[in-house]
Design a protein around this ligand. Structure first.
Ligand SMILES: [Zn+2]
Length: 250
């Protein structure tokens, strides 16, 4: 019977696939009816962990697959396209390996509340394509600074890093999305990731604009400005001298 340590071993083996976009198949007819393959195929596997007697596999888009092994279930990790006999419940196929679930009697796909969250800015690597797609799917008259704080578009950026990332990318929070190119959006997302990753790693970076209203911009010397933005009226900080874009509406 699979015990906790067997689950932890399975979780460790499956780490080989974490970060990859996986091809998903459910060869066993009882698994096929779950439509798990249709919903997970091509998604990125973000994490695998043993939790109690369950193995939890997190995918982008907010999906979590729960696998309980009961008495007979077993996960194995083999080379991609290895020969096999029989029909496993589930196959997750990456570029080099595939994870195969045999006799997995309990397989449940959850779309938790996190489904409504955008891709995680701290994922390694972050899914910039998915963030861009979400940022482009909303009303393009929305302001860049406000959109960056919308957790349904990109999850994890707070007020401090919004201000610093926009300064680093030299873009005003008051630009509307339709005034910003895809490359510029990618640049500000990449700056957010870089700054937040450094901060997580314990490296304290200098604040250039955040809570520095009225003081000179370290890059161009113009006084930093601040103003509430969006429905939540979170305070945006920016330099009108070197961050491209308009002033806030009156
Ligand atoms: Zn400046």
């Amino acid at each position: 019977m699979p015990e906790g340590d067997a689950l932890h071993r399975a979780a460790r083996r499956l780490q080989a696939l974490v970060g990859e976009r996986v091809e998903v198949e459910t060869p066993h007819p009882r698994a096929a009816v779950t439509q798990i393959a249709e919903r997970l195929d091509g998604r990125r596997l973000l994490g695998v962990e043993a939790h109690g007697k369950n193995l939890l596999l997190r995918f982008d888009g907010g999906y979590t697959l729960r696998s309980h092994l009961r008495m007979s279930g077993r996960w194995s990790l083999v080379r991609r396209d290895s020969a096999r006999v029989g029909r496993p419940w589930l196959v997750l196929r990456g570029t080099e390996h595939e994870a195969v679930l045999w006799n997995g009697p309990v397989l449940e796909l959850r779309e938790a509340a996190v489904r409504r969250l955008g891709p995680d800015i701290l994922a390694r690597p972050p899914d910039y394509d998915a963030m861009l797609a979400r940022l482009r799917a909303v009303d393009q008259r929305r302001e860049l600074g406000e959109a960056l704080l919308d957790q349904r578009l990109v999850a994890g950026i707070g007020n401090l890093w919004r201000a610093e990332a926009l300064w680093a990318a030299q873009l005003s929070p008051w630009l509307s999305l339709n005034e910003v190119s895809d490359d510029e959006l990618r640049a500000v997302l990449a700056e957010s990731h870089r700054l937040m990753q450094r901060s997580l790693g314990g490296i304290r970076s200098a604040r250039h604009v955040y809570r520095r209203a009225g003081r000179p911009c370290p890059r161009c010397g113009e006084p930093i400005r601040s103003r509430g933005q969006g429905d939540d009226n979170r305070i945006a900080y920016w330099c009108p001298g070197c961050q491209r874009g308009p002033s806030p509406p009156k």
